[in-house]
Design a protein around this ligand. Structure first.
Ligand code: MG
Length: 136
C-alpha cells in the first residue's frame, strides 16, 4: 500500500521549522516499509528561496524532514506526490490508500500535560490501529 505521512506533529513533536523530538514514529515506519508499504512524505514543509531586504537566503525545511527519514533508515517512496498518479489524474492531492496525519480526524494524539505544547501523534495507538487493519 501507498501511505502518505505528515511530518510535524506526526513523525516528531511540533517545533517547525526546527525538527521536533522523537515520539516513537521511527520503529513503526521502519516496520511499515519492512512489510512492503511505500511511504510518501506529505507535508506543508518546503524548500524555497526567500528574498529579503537584508539579503536573499534559502529555507530548506523540506530537506530537513527528508534528512530525518534518511538518518532514521526509513526509505521514502516519494515526496509530496505519488509519481504513479499523473497517468490518470492532474489532481495535486497525493494518492494513497492511507494518510497518517496529526491533523486528521481520528488520529490518536498525545496531549502534553499543562497544554505546554501542541498535541502530537500517539504511535502506540497508531501501531495498534495499523496492526488491527492488517498493515502490520
Ligand atoms: Mg502535522
Amino acid at each position: 500500500m501507498e501511505i502518505c505521512i505528515d511530518f510535524d506533529g506526526t513523525c516528531v513533536t511540533h517545533e517547525y521549522p526546527e525538527i521536533g523530538r522523537s515520539i516513537g514514529a521511527e520503529s513503526v515506519l521502519q516496520e511499515l516499509v519492512a512489510n512492503g508499504h511505500q511511504l510518501i512524505l506529505f507535508t506543508m514543509r518546503s524548500d524555497r528561496k526567500v528574498k529579503s531586504m537584508f539579503g536573499d537566503y534559502e529555507e530548506l525545511f523540506l530537506t530537513d524532514a527528508i534528512n530525518w527519514f534518511e538518518k532514521n533508515n526509513i526509505p521514502l517512496f516519494a515526496i509530496q506526490k505519488n509519481p504513479d498518479q499523473s497517468a490518470w489524474t492532474d489532481s495535486p492531492k497525493a494518492y494513497a490508500q492511507l494518510y497518517i496525519d496529526d491533523a486528521a480526524l481520528g488520529c490518536p494524539l498525545i496531549y502534553p500535560e499543562g497544554n505546554t505544547e501542541r498535541p502530537y501523534a500517539d504511535w502506540n495507538k497508531i501501531r495498534a490501529l495499523l496492526a488491527e487493519q492488517k498493515y502490520l
